[in-house]
Design a protein around this ligand. Structure first.
Ligand code: PLP
Length: 211
């Protein structure tokens, strides 16, 4: 088992180019995370605040250079908790969340950089702002003192991911944003080809999830 996570990480890294690997550990326990840590992985992603709070504080105390990224939706009443454990938020998607972050920062919470989640497929059930609304939310966040460093998307499952990645890159260029969080186990190659700077990979590293 120790070998297999290390081997998977070693096999992945060359195909990621300059993109940073966010190892998505949701649904996996401490033992596997430790294997990834021992293999040198330092950036991790979780999609639930509560799960991250249960799993990460102890490991973060042991591995001081770990960076934890929130890649799932954030409720405003969870903002304080999220800021206590996460170092980057990929899912900024509405003004009320900007307000909640700004309020928490003002009260002394860790100031973390954010990415705006874009609903590139305009899917009803998916979070994120419409592509044409990126500028408005970006302006709102800047005014509130919330740092936005890039954009994130999750393409529709039944469409060519590459077109969505290209759209996200074009939007980032238009708005002068550096970071592009795109690509998962099934489509990271396409994402890297379109200029991803952060790829979020779970299954290809840790195997199938229990939840
Ligand atoms: C779970 C998840 C991933 C990782 O997905 P895999 O297919 O396991 O690589 C990436 N991004 C988000 C937002 C996720 O929720």
């Amino acid at each position: 088992m120790t070998d297999s996570i290390k081997k998977r990480l070693d096999a992945l890294r060359p195909s990621l180019g300059a993109a940073k690997l966010v190892a998505v550990s949701k649904g996996h326990g401490g033992e596997r995370m430790r294997e990834a840590l021992d293999a040198g992985q330092r950036i991790f992603g979780e999609n639930r605040v509560q799960e991250a709070e249960a799993k990460w504080p102890e490991l973060k105390a042991q591995y001081a250079d770990v960076e934890l990224h929130l890649i799932g939706p954030l409720q405003t009443n969870k903002v304080r908790d999220a800021l206590a454990v996460f170092d980057v938020i990929h899912t900024l998607d509405r003004e009320r969340l900007v307000d909640a972050l700004a309020e928490a920062f003002a009260k002394g919470a860790q100031r973390v950089p954010c990415l705006i989640q874009v609903n590139t497929g305009l899917e009803e059930q998916k979070a994120g702002v419409a592509p044409e609304d990126v500028g408005a939310l970006l302006g709102y966040a800047r005014k509130a003192g919330v740092e936005v460093i890039g954009l994130m998307c999750i393409p529709p499952v039944d469409e060519e991911a590459a077109a969505h990645f290209a759209l996200l890159r074009a939007l980032a260029e238009k708005h002068g944003l550096q970071e592009l969080s795109m690509g998962m186990s099934g489509d990271y190659r396409e994402a890297v080809a379109e200029g991803a700077t952060l790829v979020r990979i779970g299954t290809a590293i840790f195997g199938d999830r229990s939840i």
